[in-house]
Design a protein. Sequence first.
Length: 291
Amino acid sequence: MPNTESASPRFAAIETWSTADLVDGIVEGQFSAIAAVRAAAPAIAAAIDAAAARLAAGGRLLYVGAGTSGRIAAQDAAELPPTFNWPYERAIPVMAGGEPALLRAVEGAEDNGEAARQALQALKLVRNDVVVALAASGRTPFAVAALDYAREAGALAVGIFNNAGSKLAAASELPILLDTGAELVAGSTRMKAGTAQKAALNCLSTGIMIRLGYVYRGKMVEMRISNDKLRERAVTMVADLAGCDLPAAGAALAEAGSIKLAIVMLLRSLPKTEAEAALAAAQGNLRRALS
């Protein structure tokens, strides 16, 4: 399989293709990216289980990357708090070049492995932390140094990369290869490689949250109610899961202040304090609290 820097003979004359053929070729690449993620399913599943165990014990999820990979990683980190009410201080992006690099390329930042080590040292890694480093090439010094340091600190080191036999693979305790091969535009890893990384992170972080009990019957029962749209969604969610009408769901939610607590109150016919005790005894897991 060619690597991400290869120029595929198939695309040697793409500038002569019709626009329709260009679009078709790009879309085809996205399908092959998803196929690469599916092939990596066993490795992703192993990472979900290992990471969930560390995070259940109080660890943090740290995302490390440079360029496209770093921006994709930072996006996943940013989505966890509103979607699952995961604490911001436990979903931490570590971007080569810092926050400015999220919007503008910072030349040379990806080559600074020492900066990655310093960033993680400042975060005071512990054994229950999980460090996920992404690099399409698999040889980005910033990402490799981050996993080297994570392993020295005893944290779980997960590497996501698109080229086999890379330095990031060797640095990973749990390596995840997304073998996407040559890009339609050689070396433009924001395309197939980036799509595969985003899909892999969707699997990884969502799987972790499900294993931790943050999802019940396919619903985001830990969701933060931060605006009118989400408040309406929350009331509908409570009504659906508790089998009651919208006014009853709205009243319970207003009293409880959280979706899970409202559902326990309604389904177990408990006052708020007893419902809180039931949830606490179940370590916040709604399914266990209801059983």
